[in-house]
Design a binder for this molecule. Structure first.
Ligand code: GNR
Ligand code: NI
Length: 178
């Protein structure tokens, strides 16, 4: 198993659209295992292949407290959505930013498992939020895209400032230690 590098905003590769998986082989199993290891190490409750620079419709999720209930979604589709809810979201690709996002409250998902069998299930609460967040990634969308234009502007400024600070601090530390 390998820990993969997670792309961060504003990396343009986060905007690529994932393609459906059509071969269910060992390389898919390996990708899923590496994505699970990467998600648990981060730590996060979900990870989409787009975030690790793989343009395939693959998602891993684990919202359990014990981190022992992995959910693997291949080529997932939301086939029905009802209600509306607002939850504070964060994203491993947008570190340090937490904002409330509006999403459907309850969804029905059609998905393949790692062996290619298609199933359907309903989700609500945090699981429904997480699935919608991850499917957005597969479509090249980030949760900050769903904020009001004013809020998005503020978040973009904050991210740029944080990235400037992160970029200059290690340099200052290096020159001080020389
Ligand atoms: O770890 C994560 N937590 C989270 C919290 C609220 C709503 C969505 C998420 S997903 C996020 C991991 C991530 O970035 N997945 O793409
Ligand atoms: Ni995310």
């Amino acid at each position: 198993m390998a820990i993969l590098t997670i792309l961060e905003f504003p990396d343009e590769r986060l905007r690529k659209k994932a393609l459906p998986v059509d071969v269910f082989d060992e390389s898919l199993t390996r990708l899923v295992e590496d994505m699970l290891a990467t998600m648990y190490a981060a730590p996060g409750i979900g990870l989409a292949a787009t975030q690790v620079n793989v343009q395939q419709q693959v998602i891993v999720i684990d919202i359990s407290e014990e981190k022992n209930s992995p959910l693997i979604l291949i080529n997932p589709e939301i086939v029905a959505r009802t209600g509306q809810e607002e939850m504070e979201e964060g994203c491993l690709s947008v570190p340090g930013v937490y904002e409330k996002v509006q999403r459907a409250e309850r969804i029905r998902v059609r998905t393949s498992d790692v062996s290619g069998s298609i199933t359907e299930f309903d989700a609500d609460g945090l699981l429904a939020v997480c699935i919608q967040h991850e499917i957005d990634h597969l479509e090249g969308r980030l949760f900050v895209d769903r904020l009001s234009p004013l809020k998005r502007q503020l978040v973009r400024k904050r991210i740029r400032k944080e990235q400037r600070q992160r970029a200059t601090k290690p340099l200052a530390a290096t020159s001080a230690s020389l």
